[in-house]
Design a protein around this ligand. Structure first.
Ligand SMILES: [Zn+2]
Length: 353
C-alpha cells in the first residue's frame, strides 16, 4: 500500500473545472487526494472508478471561498449503493440534539417541525415529548420502519428535494450531521427554506469544520491515512469521501445559508459538545466484547491465512483503534476550546420573507 505525504494547500489545478456551490467561483486547487484503500471500503472506490474513471477521491478547494468538495460527484444511484452497503448511521449526541431543540423552541414555541435525517429517532422523541407536531425526511428504509413502530407516521422515505411536504408549512426545520453528505447543499437548503413558514427557523448543526484545530491535528498526526482517521477518532470530522462530499468552514457555511433566502440569527459553533457521544462508544468493555465475537468468527473461518488477513483486517482495525485513540479526544476538545477554534459548525437561521 502506498503511503502519501501530508501536504498543505497544493498548487496543482484540478483537472476539471466546475462552479462552486457557495460563491460561484470557477478556480480550484487540488486540496487532497484520498486513495481508495485509505477509506477502508475499497468497493466504494472500485465503483467510483467504474463511473468516473478516477483512480482516487480528489477533493478540490474553491480559491475564493475555500469550500472543499469531491470532484466529480457521481449521480445519486452511486450513493444509494454505497450507503446500503455501509449500513445506517446512528444520530448520536443526545446533549446536542436537546440543545438544538431548545434553541429552536426559543424562537418558535410550538407548531410543526421537520427533522432531516432521523438516525435513531432521538430528536423525534424529544420533539414529540415537548408537544411538537413532528415530520421527517429519511433515506434509510430501516430507520423509517423503526420510526413508524414508534408511532411516527409522518416520516417520508427519500430525499429532501423529493419530499412531498407543502411549502410554507413548517415552523422549524432541523438538520444535523447531514449537509456534508448531500449532493447539492444549496439545493437542499433552498428546499428546506421553502418548507418554512415566513419567519420560520432552520437549525443546521454538527457540520464538521475543516478549519478546526482538530482536523489539522488529526491530519498532521495521522497523515493521509483517513482509514485510521475515519474509524479511529470521531469519524465525522475528517476526510471521509465518498460519504462527506463537502467540507465547510465557518465563513463559507454562513455564506451558503445566507444565499438561500435565510438570515443567520445565531452562531452556535462555540458550543463544543461534539465529542460527548463518542466517549461511551470507545469504552474498553465494548471493544473486548466485539473483539471476542470477531475472534470466534475468525477461528471458525477455514480460509487460508492470507485470505483471512485480507478479509478481517478492516474490521479488526475498526474495533481496536477507537480504544487506543478515544482517550485523547477530550484533550483535543480542551485545546480546541482554548484556541477558540471550533470542531463543528452550528447556525440558526430565519426565513427572510
Ligand atoms: Zn467558492
Amino acid at each position: 500500500m502506498e503511503s502519501l505525504k501530508v501536504s498543505s494547500l497544493g498548487t496543482q489545478t484540478a483537472p476539471k473545472k466546475t462552479h462552486c456551490v457557495v460563491c460561484g467561483g470557477e478556480e480550484f486547487l487540488l486540496r487532497k487526494t484520498v486513495p481508495f484503500w485509505a477509506t477502508g471500503l475499497p468497493s466504494t472506490g472500485q465503483l467510483y472508478t467504474s463511473i468516473t474513471g478516477k483512480d482516487a477521491f480528489y477533493l478540490i478547494q474553491c480559491v475564493k471561498c475555500r469550500l472543499i468538495f469531491l470532484d466529480p460527484i457521481p449521480e445519486k444511484s452511486y450513493f444509494d449503493t454505497i450507503y446500503e452497503a455501509s449500513g445506517c448511521y446512528p444520530e448520536g449526541g443526545d446533549q446536542r440534539l436537546k440543545r438544538d431543540l431548545e434553541i429552536l423552541g426559543s424562537h418558535r414555541g410550538e407548531g410543526k417541525i421537520l427533522e432531516v435525517g432521523i438516525g435513531n429517532c432521538l430528536f423525534l422523541n424529544l420533539a414529540r415529548e415537548q408537544g411538537w407536531d413532528v415530520y421527517a425526511v429519511e433515506l434509510n428504509p430501516n430507520n423509517v420502519n423503526t420510526a413508524q413502530k414508534l408511532g411516527f407516521n409522518n416520516v417520508y422515505l427519500g430525499t429532501v428535494e423529493s419530499a412531498p411536504f407543502k411549502e410554507g408549512s413548517f415552523d422549524c426545520v432541523h438538520m444535523s450531521s447531514v449537509l456534508e453528505h448531500v449532493l447539492d447543499p444549496k439545493a437542499t437548503i433552498m428546499k428546506l427554506q421553502a418548507f418554512l413558514k415566513p419567519g420560520g427557523v432552520l437549525m443546521l448543526s454538527a457540520i464538521p469544520n475543516i478549519d478546526s484545530f482538530y482536523h489539522r491535528f488529526i491530519e498532521t498526526v495521522l497523515g493521509n491515512n483517513s482509514f485510521i482517521v475515519g474509524f479511529g477518532c470521531a469519524p465525522h470530522l475528517t476526510w471521509i469521501p465518498p460519504f462527506h462530499l463537502f467540507y465547510f468552514n465557518r465563513h463559507n457555511l454562513k455564506m451558503l445559508i445566507e444565499s438561500c433566502n435565510l438570515k443567520v440569527l445565531e452562531d452556535h459553533c462555540r458550543d463544543h459538545i461534539y465529542w460527548e457521544p463518542h466517549e461511551e462508544t470507545t469504552s474498553q468493555a465494548l471493544t473486548s466484547t466485539r473483539l471476542g465475537e470477531l475472534c470466534r468468527e475468525i477461528w471458525s473461518d477455514k480460509s487460508a491465512p492470507e485470505e483471512k488477513l485480507e478479509k478481517y483486517f478492516g474490521r479488526i482495525v475498526q474495533i481496536l483503534l477507537p480504544a487506543m485513540t478515544g482517550a485523547v479526544l477530550p484533550h483535543l476538545n480542551e485545546i480546541e476550546m482554548a484556541l477558540d477554534t471550533v470542531s463543528d459548525l452550528a447556525y440558526l437561521a430565519k426565513k427572510v420573507a
